[in-house]
Design a binder for this molecule. Sequence first.
Ligand SMILES: [Zn+2]
Length: 330
Amino acid sequence: MTSTYLAGDSRINIHIEKGSLDVSNHDLMEWVRRASESVTAYYGRYPVPRVLLRVIPSNGKGLRGGQTFGEPEGGFIRVQVGSETTNADLENDWLLTHEMVHLALPSVADKHHWIEEGIATYVEPIARVRARHLGEHEMWYELMRDLPQGLPNPGDKGLDNTHTWGRTYWGGALFCFIADVEIHRQTSNRKGLEDALRGILNAGGDIRYDWELKRVLSIGDQATGVSVLVSLYDKMKNQPYEVDLPAIWKELGIEREGDTVRFIDSAPLAAIRQAITYGELQVSSKSTAAFDSTIVFAEQAAGSPRSTADSIPRDKPSDIAYADRRTLRQ
Ligand SMILES: [Zn+2]
């Protein structure tokens, strides 16, 4: 069965494959709505005009893996949903937002896969916080806990040459985090990574297209007015660039406290922490942006022009290791 969700001007067709699921179609549509709101909150709009989302029932409990591909009109996402998945699992899910973030970046050469996974890994929780689908304490706690997995090990040859799981997902996220702090620092807290990423998207750089990484980063830098992405890439691409994470947490005013974090607003970069978390919403004290989205339950006959048989991915999977990442995020 296929239903449609409209995220602003974008159309997301959700095709639920045959199989047993404990969650209802309505639960699944709400799950799509939350993920769409999150990426829209971060990017200012939904990244591509059309998406086909294939929901594939599988065994067990929880969301069991996803992949995102570019297609001529937008994107194709497939996600395996365990038959025993509950609505609470869907409410806490990060995977679909991660997949939708992939839509907002051009495909780059294989050796730069870390930037695709790094952006999706770093942006997903912030996007959910901005749409009020995740708490800021949980977001910072998880970043503090997980980011060290992206630090270089002995023998590391930089992000372009070290294709381990840790350096791909969390090394890429580390690049994004350092860049985000540095953009805020160099622009007196007026711009952040989201301005760079929105600039890339609005220059036409989405998953439908293949771009050189240098072009991606240069356009991001043009959007912020500071050359942070290109110069950080030059430092991290082919050597084990060291980062003193404890010092950065201290500057941002974040202390671990049991299973959560405590914020210290007198810390020197506390305002940067707040801007990273809430972006313009924090600065202007506006409530969550109104999302011009409507759910449309439109059943379509199987065999419609966008049936799954037409959706053979033209590109490589953007994701390789959800199962591992899921485990490490628990
Ligand atoms: Zn991914």
